[in-house]
Design a protein around this ligand. Structure first.
Ligand code: AMP
Ligand code: GLY
Length: 420
């Protein structure tokens, strides 16, 4: 089979690596990919805003399956467009992708199907929002409705912080804002919960704990994710059952009652409070860095799972996992998540040896004249699988020390809740 992967992050490199391990695949294209995917597949630079260019390339190359990594092309309707040309695509369509594309869409679905989530209000202008903010409890949470790469969420401790959030959102910091949400603050511990669905049935696809804040001890600004471990320390059979019955099943039912289906990965961002799950948000894709953390544990051939999801026969697949503890640390450019310098060489990268339990996934990297350069905020992902999280982190740290890159930094405390 020939496969095309859309995206250029650590998530896409880990998908590429899992597919590379399959004997059923003869060729992989990464569109556009990074320096890591270039080693194991062919990178192709296409304008992803032009669906037609993407479609023409897929048809010219006779690609059998397209896997969409990031949310933007999903929310923009790339799947719907390609399927019109009988191209097999793994990922949800535009309507189902509203689960990530519009927080209000998801909140309304939660209301209709009684899915546990934070209480909320929707506001169309600054003055209504600010009037409400005089009588609300703090901390309170204010969110832009549209896709904002995780940045459109404010946890406000008092009214003046809340006013700033309202002003920034309605002044267009995250694109044109017709609405914003004010939400009750949920306490508890977060967990990322994944399933894969074919529109008829679904299978669990692992759990993880992301570390979103830039500084150790979960302090500082929000980022795309500084590291993760899998499985989450919170997951039990009982909690899993509650998540499935109270959150996942009603959501998939809600999507099918809209006359469509959810095909792809669904990522529930949850708050767990006193062993009860609450939905914070949905993402219609794998998480990054959760994907890099979870996929190396997969024993079943990934291509069989993706094709079964596209063809609607996921029920016939038995997804098997290695019984290992996986931990991923993200190496970022100095300055991230604010401004950072680009095109800094990563000189020692060839020294890092990978094997099935110790992996290096690239994110913001490019290769020029046989040298690797950092181009993104999140640059490299170091992953290790072992029998305990402590050892996994030691293995990752050895590789980070070996690389000894002066252009970046990483959190040394990833997994602190599961490592003494
Ligand atoms: P989101 O982009 O919706 O995932 O939000 C980013 C982060 O903000 C989440 O990972 C949580 O840490 C936090 N957050 C969002 N909504 C709430 C809420 N209602 N209560 C507490 N924390 C929240
Ligand atoms: N790790 C958070 C995300 O992928 O959205």
């Amino acid at each position: 089979m020939k496969v095309g992967i859309i995206g250029s992050g650590g998530r896409e490199h880990s998908i590429c690596q899992s597919l590379k391990n399959s004997r059923k695949i003869s060729k992989i294209f990464c569109i556009p990919g990074n320096a890591g995917t270039a080693e194991i597949s062919e990178n192709i630079s296409l304008d992803l805003n032009s669906f037609e260019i993407v479609k023409d390339f897929i048809l010219e190359q006779n690609i059998d399956l397209i896997v969409v990594g990031p949310e933007k092309p999903l929310v923009d309707g790339l799947v719907d467009y390609l399927e019109k040309f009988n191209i097999q695509v793994f990922g949800p369509n535009k309507l189902a992708s509203q689960l990530e594309g519009s927080k209000i869409f998801t909140k309304k679905l939660c209301q209709k199907y009684n899915i546990p989530t934070a209480k909320f209000g929707i506001f169309q202008n600054k003055s209504d929002a600010k009037k409400f903010l005089t009588k609300t409890k703090y901390p309170t949470v204010i969110k832009a409705d549209n896709l904002a790469s995780g940045k459109g969420v404010y946890i406000c401790n008092d009214q003046s912080e809340a006013h700033l959030a309202v002003d920034e959102i309605f002044n267009g910091k995250f694109g044109e804002a017709k609405n914003l949400l004010i939400e009750e603050f949920l306490s508890g511990e977060e967990m990322s919960f994944f399933i894969i669905s074919d529109g008829k049935t679904f299978k669990n696809f692992g759990t993880a704990q992301d570390h979103k804040r830039v500084l150790e001890g979960d302090k500082g600004k929000n980022t795309g994710g500084m590291g993760a471990y899998s499985p989450s320390r919170l997951i039990t059979k009982e909690l899993e059952q509650k998540i499935i019955e109270k959150i996942i099943k009603p959501t998939l039912k809600g999507i099918s009652e809209l006359g469509t289906k959810f095909k792809g990965f669904l990522y529930a961002g949850l708050m767990i409070d006193k062993n009860e799950p609450y939905l914070i948000e949905y993402n219609v894709r794998m998480g990054d860095p959760e994907c890099q953390t979870i996929l190396p544990k997969l024993e079943t051939d990934l291509i069989d799972i993706l094709v079964a999801s596209c063809r609607g026969n996921l029920q016939d697949i038995n997804i098997k996992w290695k019984n290992k503890k996986s931990l991923c640390v993200v190496l970022c450019s100095n300055g991230y998540p604010d401004k950072f310098e680009k095109n800094i060489e990563i000189a020692n990268i060839q020294k890092i040896k990978s094997d099935v339990n110790n992996l290096l996934f690239h994110a913001g990297t490019v290769k020029k004249d046989n040298k690797t350069y950092a181009t993104g905020g999140r640059v490299l992902n170091f992953v290790s699988l072992s029998d305990n999280f402590n050892l996994s982190r030691e293995n990752v740290t050895k590789n980070l020390n070996e690389l000894n890159w002066q252009g970046g930094f990483y959190r040394k405390d990833i997994g602190y809740k599961v490592i003494k």
